[in-house]
Each structure stands twice: as structure tokens, then as C-alpha cells.
Design a protein around this ligand. Structure first.
Ligand code: ADP
Length: 542
């Protein structure tokens, strides 16, 4: 028997309409690429979104068109999210840090028809103009006053809005309609596209809101350092308006000093980003000998948060929420906020829990399996490949049947490529990406475990443990360590520290001090590049 309830489609436009009515005054503050600060709120923004949507229709945008953006975090980028999807088109956020070849590949693969570009990225356009598709129309995200001259017949963003009505009757369509497109940064091979639907996006916004209530509350100001081009800034542009939290968009400057002064001035309560950005902020905090006013919560994800970083924040009474997810999951899968019964735990206990990636959010199911696909029990010991299914998880890659065929098991669960344990309380512990695990003489060594311990002394800024092929053992770990600026790190003391925590066969064969680590387009340490650089390191020594 069927239920007898309305089946209204879940639509992204409902989020901004709701927010304009219920949280009209909640602020959106942006550091603009033009250099100044811009202030608005959800009510005014909803009107500009309507103008933009009307403008897009006027220049011929049709449902299903892919409309690309190459932009920092700011109010115009936020407006594009809603205007494009609201009329049934697809917002394709492009990561400007991708290599030229990847950028060309994904604009062609997505068949983008319009490309919205921040002024700062105009030089990228100019460099690529002869190789980009001929019919791609450029729109510069600024006003006439700041419009660069003679740019490839580009239109001006504000001209699109001028004279357009600030109201729109958002059309109805199936909730499975595509709304957003995001390519993985290609850490491993060609970028693959995840095509989010209205349904998955709205459900993910609700899932995130209920799962991270510490940050997502009416009146809180939230700083997405995570870019709008990195899996929809982890859902914040949808979750924040839904609950009435304000958004502080940082623009292009993401160094510790710029972040500190922005957070201090705007009284940011919660800030979200990958571990590398917090290194800069923590350094600024130590220089200033205080944290930014009102800063009480930090969400760290995208790669493993070292326990030394979690400790640094928690010691300042800043709650750390360590989160795990993937582009293909919209992206949030687990989060490590403590349940009420553990809120008063000691710092040591908190660290033990929060160094893990946390428990699943509502709407995500997790399973770990062995190499035969047999489901392993959640006892914190069994290590297996992590599979997921849920309300906001991909069912295939955009126009890529081959990758789709390899991504799911026979029961339709998505293979994350991560190796993990799950304990009896449901805490996920990511040991590694399966391709980053170090396979030595038939045993596995977790690079994340080695890195976590290496990062504990304060003189170490960052590090990476990688697998390097070895004539006898197949692979052996090599540890690369970056000292803090002006500090001297003694390799022998790093080796001694590791030998207190690991069996002899798990220890790196060598430890090298280097100046910096290569990063991927989303700010993670690029182990792919490191493995290429050090490919023959052990074979040449034997
Ligand atoms: P990519 O880095 O491939 O472009 P994603 O940003 O979707 O794409 O990365 C997802 C992967 O990042 C996960 O499968 C996992 O390996 C890693 N990851 C994300 N969050 C964490 C975390 N908190 N701890 C450890 N690894 C993480």
C-alpha cells in the first residue's frame, strides 16, 4: 500500500526562498577580488539571485546547460549556485588550481556553454583562449567600473542583473534533475565528474545541518575556507542559509594572517577547511598569543587531521570536528563531534576519539569488507576497504561508463578506495587510501599513522610517508619531513620517536628533511607527485 502524502520535489531554490523569509537579516560578508569588503544578507541576496536567474534566461540559458565558474568564495559565486540550478541548469564549479591540461579536459568533457570568471582568473582565460571551445561565452564576475578591457568579448556580470526583475517564480521539475557538477581533483588519474541532483543536494544540506549542530545554528557566522569549487564547500552554501547561519567568504587571501584578521573582525564562530590552511592560522595564533575573538569551532576534513593540530585547537577551547568524505558523497560522510556523554572527557580522551574520522552522519551507511568482499565486523581491529551508500552518494560518473563500472560492488555500494577500521561505537578510522598504503613484504603499513606520530613535535610543520619500491620488500616507507620555519629538526630524534610507537618493520628506511611538500589542487599533500620524485630512491641505493 502506498502512503498518501504529497510528493513535492526537493528543489535547491526552496532553500534560498525559505532563508529570505525566515532568516532575512543573516549576513553574507565577502572579501571581494576587487579588494574591498561587501556586506549583504539572505533577503537581498535572494532578490539578486532572481535577477541573475532572469538574466541567464534572457541570454538563452536552458535547462540542462552546463554553466561553469572559475571563482573564489564570494557572494557572486554564491548567487550563481542558486540562479543556475534554480532554472534547471547545472552549476559546474571548476578548480582554478588544476593543471592547464585538466582544465581544458573538464571544460570540454562537461560541454560548458558559459564560463563565469573572477577578475583574478582572467590571465588563465587569456592564456587558454585559443584552446578552449570556440562557443564558450565568458562572463567576468565584476561591475562595469572594474571590467578589464578587450577581454575576449566577455560580458559583465552586473550587466546581466541590471534592469531584471528581482522576483522569479522558480519552475518545478523532477527532484532528480542535475543541479551541480564537480570533478575530483584527479589526485589519481583523469578527473571524474560527480553530477549532484536537487534531491541529493537538499538532503545533504539537511543531513549536514542536523549532524553539525555546534556550527550550524542561527546567528553563528561560518567561514568556508574550503572553496566553493571543492565539493560545494562541503555543503555550507546550502546548509548555512537553511539554518540561518551567516557566511563569511574569504576571497583569494587564505594565508594565516589574512584569515586571522577576517575572523577577528567578523567574529567568526566556526571555520571549515583542509589541514594545510590551519597550519597558517595556528602559526598566526601563536604569534598573536590569542585566537580570533569568538572562534569556537573548526571543521577539518579533506585529509587526515594530525592529532597535534587537534590538540592545538582543543587546548585553546576551540572544538574540533574532524570530518571525512568524498566528492562522490556530496561530500560529508562522518564527523567527530563528541556525543553529550563524552563532552567532559579529558583532553587525552578527546584526542583519541577525534584523531579518528568520526561517526556516520544520518543518510550515510558504511561497511568494510575484506579482499573477497566479505563484510567485516566493527570491532576497531578488522581492516578492510570502505564502501558507502546513502541519500547523497553518486550512482555513476558523468559520461564515464568505464569508471562507473569499477566503482560499485554487486550490491550497489560505492567503493571509496579508502582502507579503514570501524569500532563498536561506530567510529571510523581511515588508515589510508588503498593506493597510499605501503605494502612491505606482504604486510600493510599505514602512512597516516606514521605521519600522525611524526607531526607531534612542535618543530615539525608537515610531513608525508610514502611507499617507495624496494627490490626485496616490494615497497618500503620513506618519510619526508618539513621543519617549521627557522627550526632545526634532528632526524635521529624523529626516528627515535617513531620507534617508540611502531614495530621495527613498520619504520621508514629513511627520513629526509625537505623545504616543502607538493600540494594537489584542493590543498592536500600530493603523494602522487612525491612517489614520482622518489620512485627510484631505494632501488638506486641498493
Ligand atoms: P580528491 O582528493 O581525489 O580530489 P576528494 O576531495 O573527494 O577527492 O577526496 C576524498 C578522499 O580524501 C577520501 O577518499 C579520503 O582518502 C581523503 N579524506 C577526506 N577526508 C579525510 C579525513 N578526514 N581523513 C583522512 N582522509 C580523508
Amino acid at each position: 500500500m502506498q502512503g498518501m502524502m504529497m510528493n513535492r520535489p526537493l528543489k535547491i531554490s526552496d532553500i534560498i526562498t525559505f532563508s529570505a523569509e525566515n532568516h532575512p537579516d543573516s549576513e553574507i560578508v565577502s572579501v571581494r577580488t576587487e579588494g574591498d569588503i561587501h556586506r549583504t544578507n539572505y533577503l537581498e541576496t535572494s532578490k539578486r539571485i532572481a535577477q541573475l536567474a532572469n538574466g541567464l534566461e534572457t541570454i538563452g540559458v536552458k535547462p540542462g546547460d552546463r554553466i561553469a565558474t572559475l571563482a573564489w568564495n564570494g557572494y557572486r559565486h554564491f548567487e550563481l549556485y542558486y540562479a543556475i540550478s534554480g532554472i534547471g541548469a547545472v552549476c559546474h564549479t571548476i578548480n582554478p588550481r588544476l593543471s592547464t591540461e585538466q582544465l581544458l579536459y573538464i571544460t570540454k568533457h562537461a560541454e560548458d556553454t558559459l564560463l563565469f570568471v573572477d577578475i583574478t582568473f582572467v590571465p588563465i582565460l587569456e592564456a587558454l583562449k585559443d584552446r578552449l571551445p570556440k562557443n564558450l561565452q565568458f562572463i567576468i564576475m565584476t561591475d562595469q567600473k572594474n571590467m578589464p578591457k578587450n577581454i575576449l568579448n566577455a560580458l559583465c556580470y552586473e550587466d546581466l542583473l541590471n534592469n531584471q526583475p528581482n522576483f522569479i517564480n522558480w519552475p518545478d521539475f523532477s527532484e532528480d534533475t542535475a543541479a551541480g557538477l564537480c570533478y575530483t581533483s584527479g589526485t589519481t588519474g583523469e578527473p571524474k565528474g560527480t553530477l549532484f541532483s536537487h534531491r541529493s543536494t537538499v538532503l545533504h544540506a539537511m543531513m549536514v545541518t542536523i549532524s553539525l549542530p555546534n556550527a550550524l545554528k542561527e546567528g553563528n557566522k561560518i567561514l568556508p575556507v574550503v572553496p566553493l569549487f571543492h565539493v560545494n564547500a562541503w555543503g555550507l552554501p546550502y546548509a548555512a542559509p537553511l539554518c540561518g547561519a551567516g557566511l563569511i567568504f574569504p576571497g583569494p587571501k587564505l594565508d594565516g594572517e589574512s584569515l586571522f584578521s577576517l575572523m577577528d573582525r567578523e567574529k567568526v564562530y566556526s571555520a571549515w577547511g583542509v589541514p594545510t590552511v590551519w597550519l597558517g592560522l595556528l602559526k598566526e595564533i601563536s604569534i598573536k598569543k590569542r585566537s580570533p575573538k569568538n572562534f569556537k569551532d573548526v571543521v577539518i576534513g579533506g585529509s587526515a587531521a594530525p592529532s597535534s593540530m587537534i590538540e592545538a585547537f582543543e587546548s585553546l577551547s576551540i572544538n574540533v570536528c574532524h570530518a571525512w568524505g568524498m566528492t562522490e558523497m556530496s561530500p560529508i560522510g562522518t564527523q567527530s563531534n563528541l556525543p553529550i556523554r563524552l563532552k567532559n572527557s579529558s583532553l587525552e580522551e578527546k584526542l583519541k576519539i577525534k584523531t579518528k574520522q568520526g561517526r556516520r552522519v544520518f543518510g550515510v551507511e558504511l561497511k568494510i569488507v575484506d579482499s573477497e568482499g566479505v563484510i567485516l565486523t566493527h570491532d576497531g581491529q578488522n581492516q578492510g576497504e570502505l564502501f558507502v551508500r546513502g541519500y547523497a552518494i553518486t550512482k555513476g560518473y558523468f559520461k564515464n561508463q568505464e569508471a562507473t563500472n569499477n566503482a560499485f560492488d554487486a550490491d550497489g555500494w560505492f567503493g571509496t578506495g579508502d582502507v579503514a577500521t570501524i569500532d563498536a561505537d561506530g567510529y571510523l578510522n581511515i588508515l589510508d587510501r588503498s593506493k597510499d598504503l605501503i605494502k612491505s613484504g606482504g604486510e600493510w603499513i599505514s602512512s597516516l599513522d606514521l605521519e600522525n606520530i611524526t607531526m607531534s613535535p612542535p618543530d615539525i610543520l608537515s610531513c608525508a610517508a610514502i611507499a617507495v619500491s624496494h627490490p626485496k620488500w616490494d615497497e618500503r616507507p620513506l618519510l619526508l619531513v618539513v621543519p617549521q620555519e627557522g627550526k632545526v629538526v634532528d632526524i635521529n630524534s624523529v626516528a627515535a620517536l617513531l620507534s617508540n610507537h611502531f614495530a621495527k618493520w613498520q619504520l621508514p628506511d629513511d627520513i629526509l628533511l625537505i623545504e616543502s611538500l607538493p600540494l594537489t589542487a584542493t590543498g592536500k599533500v600530493s603523494k602522487l607527485s612525491l612517489r614520482k620524485i622518489y620512485k627510484n630512491y631505494y632501488s638506486e641505493r641498493v
